[in-house]
Design a protein around this ligand. Structure first.
Ligand SMILES: Nc1ncnc2c1ncn2[C@@H]1O[C@H](COP(=O)(O)OP(=O)(O)OP(=O)(O)O)[C@@H](O)[C@H]1O
Length: 261
């Protein structure tokens, strides 16, 4: 794969060569199944990286190695300059407070109001006690995701797109430096998907997060990506801007873009 350029400009406006996530020669097998054969990726501060790959290619396994839920068989995974596999439990816990996840489901607590859902990470993770500060952060993030009127609603009163926005708000409310999105638009209609992709981009600009976005949604990739990597057979086989890859000669890469142009 082509060498990574050192200094990148990003849609967030942060242009930095500071590596936030650095993966080198990552390998991971389960039994005789080699899932990650040789993953190399550097994500710099403020960058949005989109990972494209078919199901079962090991995209989630890569994310689990980044947050220390899985230990690599070989290679190096550094986050904020530290080798994740060498961190102890306390250090791992601390690392994870700097990383936000948005999974497909959004995973809100159904028995809590939106406000209570948003207060939960502030009181449980950040251990905030000052109710004024809590209220201020809840109101600010609800404004940010465009749902200032939703605070007292129950998740069941919300549409799928609104739930996704609140899921994003709940993740961003602790101001993580890294965001990991696992198929953030799956299950949404095209218009709502586009709104969520635009929101991901807006949030990147506002909070200057560094993000990895796993998606099959090419519109989401087009909107959010500073850089796209394409995964096949346990390796990244291509990387570049969305436009670069759209004009790739590689048949496998082309297959992703054929429906999107
Ligand atoms: N803890 C585990 N134990 C055994 N096999 C696993 C484990 N985690 C993942 N795998 C296997 O690794 C492969 C890659 O899984 P992974 O979930 O990373 O795929 P993916 O690229 O994220 O796919 P999808 O888009 O379907 O989520 C799969 O074959 C899966 O069965």
């Amino acid at each position: 794969m082509e060498a990574v350029k050192e200094h990148r400009s990003t849609k967030s406006g942060v242009s930095s060569d500071e590596a936030i996530i650095e993966i080198k020669g990552l390998k991971k097998s389960f039994g005789s199944k080699e899932v990650l054969r040789n993953i190399n990726l550097t994500v710099t501060k403020g960058e949005n990286i989109v990972v494209l790959g078919k199901s079962g290619q090991g995209k989630s396994v890569t994310i689990q190695c980044i947050v220390g839920m899985l230990t690599p068989d070989a290679g190096s995974v550094k986050v904020f300059g530290k080798e994740v596999s060498e961190l102890n439990d306390e250090e791992l816990k601390d690392l994870r407070t700097h990383i936000g996840f948005l999974f497909q489901s959004g995973a809100l607590f159904d028995s809590m109001t939106v406000r209570e859902n948003l207060e939960f990470p502030l009181t449980r993770v950040l251990k905030l006690k000052d109710q004024n500060e809590i209220d201020q952060r809840v109101n600010e993030i609800l404004e940010g995701v465009g749902l200032p009127e939703a605070a007292e609603k129950m998740p069941s009163d919300l549409s799928g797109g609104m739930r996704k926005r609140i899921g994003l708000a709940r993740t961003l409310i602790v101001k993580p430096e890294i965001m990991l999105y696992d198929e953030p638009t799956t299950g949404l209609d095209p218009i709502t998907s586009r709104e969520i992709s635009q929101l991901i981009l807006e949030m990147q600009k506002k909070y200057k997060t560094t993000s990895i976005i796993i998606t099959h949604d090419m519109e989401c990739a087009r909107i959010t990506a500073d850089r796209v990597v394409v995964m096949n057979d346990g390796e990244y086989i291509a990387e570049g801007s969305f436009d670069d890859l759209q004009h790739s000669d590689n048949q496998f890469v082309k297959s992703y873009f054929s429906d999107s142009i």
